[in-house]
Design a protein around this ligand. Structure first.
Ligand SMILES: [Zn+2]
Length: 355
């Protein structure tokens, strides 16, 4: 199986901030819709339902469509944009980065600016610049010109990083691998299931507003009432300088990682064992990881209604929550294979055994 680079480019470059998922939502609707019945719930989640030979178990696969970004809060008299961060940003990775303002008349390029180091005091230079002191420069003379170009407070602002295969073309750099990785897995799984019989019904959900508190997973899991929840997301790769030998373990190219712990959920052990057994039987690489901070959509899915056994399957990814993140193509493709193997085996008997 080879996932098309064109599809990766299209999905990673699409805009989609928490609450402003329109662009990525229409792509997800299009690609999921070619293999399953698709609907959108009232919060904006895209829900694809692929019926197999049995109505149960209902397997919910969730990947969040939103990426972290910014929102225009106000325009200064000089025409600079003050902004609100959407999702978790660390100031060190924001300065001098390119962005696009989704203005009323179209895209407006800009850059995140601040005072240059030359004019800072010795003390100021040692400190991280606070995001409150940053602004977006779109290159206009004043507020009236910014407004005339179509900028309105409330407009979403998207990080810019063109999709780029790196020196070893298995290493792929893009914005928003968190969580367009999961979105691509959903698309590939639903496409593949057109030709694969499966003893269950699969719901592939592109969720909204994960980065601001797992909100889309809350409403979609309620609506679906799943028997099993699997969230696809990214975890922190631990194979870069300064991280090796620490508490993190996953490396790029070592296979998708099963999360043993994160701040939003303790995974279901029976489901963990089932997934690890499937990987072993299929000869698929899999890694184990745990995240002390942060959560995923599974954090809400497992609490839906009377509770849903849930697990998170991740791609180890470098530089998440910055403009340019890097993941390994094999991990993406092996995640799809692992999901398909799970779905082929997960019938009512297998569900009863793992509970
Ligand atoms: Zn994520």
């Amino acid at each position: 199986m080879a996932i098309s680079l064109d599809l990766m480019k299209e999905i990673t470059e699409a805009a989609g901030l928490p609450g402003y998922e329109g662009e990525i939502r229409s792509l997800m609707g299009k690609y999921l819709g070619s293999g399953a019945a698709v609907e959108t719930d009232r919060l904006g989640n895209v829900i694809a339902c692929k019926e197999g030979t049995s109505a149960r178990p209902r397997i919910m696969l969730a990947a969040h469509m939103d990426e972290i970004g910014f929102m225009v809060k106000s325009i200064t008299e000089e025409g600079f944009l003050k902004f609100q961060t959407l999702g978790g940003w660390w100031e060190q990775v924001m300065l001098a980065q390119r962005v696009v303002v989704k203005g009323r008349f179209g895209d407006i390029p800009g850059v995140i600016g601040s005072k240059p180091p030359h004019v800072l005091t010795e003390d100021e230079r040692k400190k991280v610049v606070k995001k409150e002191d940053m602004y977006i420069d779109i290159g206009v003379a004043n507020k009236a010109e910014a407004e005339a170009k179509g900028v309105t407070p409330g407009d979403p602002v998207i990080p810019v990083c063109p999709f780029t295969p790196l020196a070893n073309e298995q290493y792929l750099m893009a914005k928003a691998w968190d969580d367009r990785f999961g979105c691509l897995v959903l698309i590939e799984v639903i496409q593949a299931l057109k030709d694969i019989p499966h003893p269950n019904t699969v719901y592939a959900v592109g969720t909204v507003q994960e980065e601001v508190g797992l909100r889309g997973a809350t409403t979609s899991a309620f609506g679906i009432d799943p028997d099993i929840g699997l969230a696809l997301d990214v975890t922190i790769a631990a194979d870069t300088p300064g991280l090796k030998g620490g508490q993190l373990q996953a490396r790029l190219g070592g296979g998708p990682a099963v999360l043993l712990y994160d701040a939003s959920m303790i995974p279901h052990l029976g489901l963990r064992n089932f997934v690890l057994d499937v990987a072993r039987e299929e000869g698929l690489p899999v890694q184990l990881d745990a995240l002390e901070r942060g959560g995923t959509d599974a954090g809400r899915i497992h609490l839906a209604r009377r509770g849903v056994p849930s697990l998170v399957i991740c791609a180890p990814t470098r530089y998440i929550h910055s403009h340019a993140s890097v993941l390994h193509r094999n991990d993406l493709e092996n995640a799809v294979k692992l999901l398909l193997a799970i779905i082929r085996r997960l019938d009512e008997k297998a569900l009863a055994r793992l509970l």
